[in-house]
Design a protein around this ligand. Structure first.
Ligand code: KG4
Ligand code: ZN
Length: 341
């Protein structure tokens, strides 16, 4: 079973050919980071324009690298949401056109389902039920997956996503976009007990996440201590490194506290850590240590499959295909798509 997968929900134009939902025959990602970096975040109009330019060459490259002709594909999978509407539309219309022209089934894939299935491309057996912590630029959620392709939402963020907090903190310190990788690197050289950040608590007692208070606390700290914007990424003062290490500790602690509660409550057979923020070195290390203590196997995708890519859409698309999920040419982009729909 071979499937062409297309992803264009944010600032990556991506296409992949995936076999049996597990083997990556090709995985092409054209990133737009350099276009958006000077604006400090993704500019939707620029993103959709670049997707339009890239989608054809990216799909051709994915088919070429896999040495697969469209005629021999079993289906076309595409991200229909959530994401930026103008960006989603580019991949969606392209996928529809291929599916319609060549008479292939079209499989709609939720972007978060893609992240959840990313580790299935690297590990032969992930026992279910699994709890998945999805941490990205747009989402911070915990899911319980009792059977393949069925996602039960346990927790979500009430405001900012974890990756968004990294990006906003990096921006306010003048460290550029995206914030995650540079903060991760600098935090490793700072003292994580230098600044104390209070953990967010939900007034209604729900096990949800919240990161906007933490971002504001960082802003207050910067103002109170008169920290100037960083002049060069290569020469970052010690007090900024300490602040970043403390911020990172607060994010990782908040994520893992909720994860631990969920594991103790639902007793899953495995835990999946995925999404762009799962590239974070401290989160990977601390999650591994915690899961060893709890004796639950942890599955984290390799770095190139944590951030947005189409192979993960292919993996989730194969599961959806097997469950009979199909879409017609009336499939629409859903910027706020709920998972499981
Ligand atoms: O999954 P992703 O590529 O896109 C979304 O679906 O949002 O995640 C991108 C996010 C960005 O916010 C980026 O700053 C964050 O992942 N990120 C990281 C790291 N690498 C990427 N955050 C923390 N540490 C990292 N090493
Ligand atoms: Zn993503």
């Amino acid at each position: 079973m071979r499937l062409l997968a297309i992803e264009s929900s944010c600032d990556e134009t991506a296409a992949a050919v995936v076999e049996d939902g597990r083997r990556i025959l090709s995985n092409v990602v054209s990133t737009q980071i350099e276009i958006h970096a000077r604006w400090g975040g993704v500019v939707p109009e620029l993103a959709s324009r670049r997707h339009l330019e890239s989608i054809g060459p990216v799909v051709d490259e994915a088919l070429g690298a896999a040495n697969v002709r469209i005629e021999s594909l079993d289906a076309v999978a595409v991200t229909y949401g959530p994401g930026l509407v103008g960006s989603l539309l580019v991949g969606l219309e392209y996928a529809k056109a291929i599916a319609w022209t060549h008479g292939k089934p079209l499989v709609p894939v939720h972007h978060i389902a893609g992240h959840i299935h990313a580790p299935f491309l690297s590990f032969d057996h992930i026992p279910l039920p699994a709890i998945a912590l999805v941490v990205s630029g747009g989402h911070t959620s915990l899911f319980l997956m009792k059977e393949l392709g069925v996602y039960e939402l346990l927790s979500r963020t009430r405001d900012d996503a974890a990756g968004e907090a990294y990006d906003k903190v990096a921006k306010l310190l003048g460290l550029g976009y995206p914030g995650g990788p540079i903060v991760d690197k600098l935090a490793a050289t700072g003292r994580d007990d230098a600044v104390f950040f209070k953990m967010a608590k939900m007034s209604d007692g729900k096990p949800d996440f919240s990161f906007s208070g933490l971002k504001t606390a960082v802003l207050h700290h910067v103002k109170a201590h008169g920290l100037p914007p960083v002049a060069s990424r290569d020469d970052v003062p010690g007090d900024v490194r300490d602040l970043l290490a403390s911020f990172q500790k607060a994010v990782v602690t908040a994520l893992l506290r909720r994860l631990k509660d969920a594991v103790e409550r639902h007793r899953p057979a495995s835990v999946i850590l995925t999404g762009g923020v799962a590239a974070n070195s401290r989160l990977r290390k601390d999650a591994q240590a915690m899961m060893s203590t709890l004796s639950v196997p942890l599955f984290v995708p390799p770095l190139n499959l944590t951030t947005d890519n189409a192979a993960m859409i292919g993996a989730a698309g194969t599961v959806a295909f097997d469950r009979g999920v199909r879409a017609g040419s009336n499939l629409e982009a859903e910027p706020f798509a709920a998972i499981g729909a």
